[in-house]
Design a protein around this ligand. Structure first.
Ligand SMILES: NC(=O)c1ccc[n+]([C@@H]2O[C@H](COP(=O)([O-])OP(=O)(O)OC[C@H]3O[C@@H](n4cnc5c(N)ncnc54)[C@H](O)[C@@H]3O)[C@@H](O)[C@H]2O)c1
Length: 368
């Protein structure tokens, strides 16, 4: 097995709390050659943990240090430009989610990969959790029958991320839906066999952020890994909020599949994170992996013993499995499970949600 050398751009929360421990766990399959962050303190902090050189300019790093892979953990607005830069420099690229908020941007990335003869790996880590992989198996085993309903509740009460630039449109491109539900949409392309998108109807809101209320919040509720590894920015100001805090809508797919969603960084309701999937023979509720079936003449709720035998250290984060699959792919052992067709469906759903909200009307897939 080859040991791959990776350069990193974006030394913030997700690199330090998820990617880095994982890379250390992969026992020599991948190592870090250099890191870069526009914030010198973040680059230096991460480089010191690894004993590698650090940079503040990605191009300079890619020129100066030899590596096989670029890991892109920057805010969403830099996903496409820095991924294309990495591909053009002759590296494979692993890029955090959401990789693109439009079909055109995704195609730009895939074209750059093809031109360079390099691979592009989106970090759609939500599909690599044990719960998501269990649901996929249940559907493949026919336990749900024909699925026609997916209902998503991803709700934080006061969880606008405060450590990065998530709330600023120029940096993050969009808010709660693109940040969180991108995982659920990607996962359903996997467990439902990439259903064909027909149309999207959505609305977005931000009334609570505008109140700029004086209320205690927690970085944990906002989605930061709770062990304090990340480097907080000191300049967070809710008055800079220029993306949505809440999105709700319906997504229609071929074969009578309807997906409804409510997704919030801030909402005056209890926190909740639940995926409900229903078919002709049964239903499933995640992350608790409950199975709703009739059994012996009774309406039954079955809670199978679902052991987490993945290498994910934290059960609701899938970075560990993702890296194993990337390394297996680079070693020529197996395809990477996130296909280009699935990436395109996810990008179109994201584009559709925001266009529908902007125009306040249903958007057909052909328009995306
Ligand atoms: N897969 C997941 O479950 C998951 C979880 C959290 C975050 N993410 C994604 O990871 C990305 C980063 O999130 P984070 O929480 O680590 O944010 P963060 O703000 O903590 O880290 C981003 C870092 O990128 C740096 N940066 C910004 N622009 C740059 C540029 N042009 N060149 C070099 N460095 C630059 C920032 O200074 C910052 O240190 C986001 O796209 C987010 O959506 C994914």
């Amino acid at each position: 097995m080859k040991t791959y050398k990776a350069s990193v751009v974006g030394c913030g929360m997700i690199f330090n709390s998820a990617h880095l421990p994982d890379i250390r766990d992969l026992q020599g399959r991948i190592g870090i050659a250099a890191v870069c962050d526009e914030r010198a303190d973040a680059a230096e902090f991460t480089a010191k943990k690894l004993g590698v050189p650090w940079f503040t300019d990605p191009e300079e790093m890619l020129e100066a240090v030899d590596s096989d892979i670029l890991i892109n953990c920057t805010p969403n607005a830099y996903h496409k430009p820095l991924t294309v830069l990495g591909l053009q420099s002759g590296r494979h690229v692993i890029c955090e989610k959401p990789v693109a908020l439009s079909a055109a941007d995704l195609r730009g990335i895939l074209d750059a990969a093809d031109k360079a003869g390099k691979k592009f790996f989106p970090a759609q880590t939500g599909r690599f959790t044990n719960a998501s992989m269990t649901l996929k198996k249940w559907i493949e085993d026919g336990l749900l029958g024909k699925v026609y309903l997916v209902d998503l509740d991803v709700i934080r009460r006061r969880g606008v991320p405060t450590w990065g630039q998530f709330h600023i449109k120029d940096k993050n491109l969009a808010g709660a839906f693109a940040d969180m539900c991108v995982h659920n949409i990607d996962a359903l392309t996997e467990y439902l066999g990439n259903p064909k998108l027909l149309s999207v109807r959505a609305r977005t809101y931000s009334p609570i952020s505008k109140l700029n209320e004086d209320v205690q919040v927690s970085t944990k509720e906002s989605g930061a890994f709770g062990d304090g590894v990340f480097l907080p920015r000191t300049d967070f100001d809710l008055r800079d909020m220029s993306v949505e805090e809440y999105a709700a809508g319906m997504i229609f797919f071929e074969n009578d599949l309807t997906v409804s969603f409510r997704c919030a960084w801030a909402l005056n309701l209890p926190e909740k994170s639940e995926t409900r999937v229903a078919g002709t023979l049964g239903g499933a509720v995640l992350p608790q992996t409950e199975l709703y079936r009739t059994f012996g003449g009774y309406q039954s709720v079955i809670t199978p013993k679902v052991f987490d035998n993945t290498s994910n250290r934290v059960s609701d984060w899938g970075h560990w499995v993702m890296y194993e699959k990337i390394m297996d792919n680079l070693d020529g052992r197996a395809p990477y499970p996130v296909t280009r067709e699935q990436m395109l469906t996810t990008a179109k759903v994201l584009a559709g949600v925001y266009l529908s909200a902007e125009l306040d009307q249903e958007i057909r897939a052909e328009e995306l």
